[in-house]
Design a protein around this ligand. Sequence first.
Ligand SMILES: [Zn+2]
Ligand SMILES: [Zn+2]
Length: 327
Amino acid sequence: MIKIPNKISITGLLLYSAVAGAQTAPSPNAAFDGLKITLCGTSSPLPAPGRAQACVAVETPDHLYIVDAGSGSAATAQLSGIPLDKMRGILLTHYHSDHISDIGDFNLNSWIAGRPAPLQIIGPEGVDRIVEGLNITYELDRGYRVAHHGAELLSPELGVLQSRTIGEDVIVDEGGLRITAFEVSHPPIEPAYGYRLDYGGRSVVISGDSLVTDKIVAISDGADVVLHDAMALQLVQGAESMSRAAGNTRIATVLHDIQDYHATTEDLVRLTAEAEIGQLALYHLVPAPRNAMAIAAFNGDLPEGSLITEDGMVISLPANSTEITVD
Ligand SMILES: [Zn+2]
Ligand SMILES: [Zn+2]
């Protein structure tokens, strides 16, 4: 029950409702047993209205892990009603800015929501440097928050991030949830990882940024859902040509360079041909489609039913069943 103050302006009331709602909204499937996957960011560094950068939340009844935390994703996660007090950690695939820039906001939001342990930032070699830098960057902010709200509400040690460096392995195996990190191909970054999460006989593979590799094909085989990054090559090539024709060679060069380290829809056709996948879902869309023509460019020759994700989309996998629902 939200108590509304006696004296509040209309604008204040609207803001109050929005903020309180976002902070207190229960998970829509609070009693849901299975894997619940929420897209809290579906775009890439190319800006797209209504889409945050890469972020996927995966929930079980007892766990909440976030895979990557791109710009804008913490707000999208909060507005989607994800129970941030349950957050165990953020699994980072690699350290491009569009995968890490909202870590600070996730830390603050989950601290305020009542997360009972420090937030773990989990990733390949280098994660300790990211965490050390963020803890320094937010040191003053943590001090202000504790001074203002009190150490009883915001325990100081829970505001400090912890790092965990992982290798290619099973990195979590607790309470029925198993998380496996596997190496992907996103040169020149080595290593970059993807993650497979298994719970209740259901599974989701999240590629991070990668080409389609034999390893991804193998780990995707038999998975219920595969969330894979995707690039509409002809759109990027078109934008490169237009930039070059307009004399913007810097942007044209960048648009050329990015063409060799994301999966094209053609590559994804190979993935669906070689691996048995319940639902292929494209995210980290390069560029994020804004109209039917652009969506058609992503669909290409992909099998019917392939999903182009949007922010706030929820994919539910009830435990011990074969059901897949998309809301
Ligand atoms: Zn990347
Ligand atoms: Zn990326």
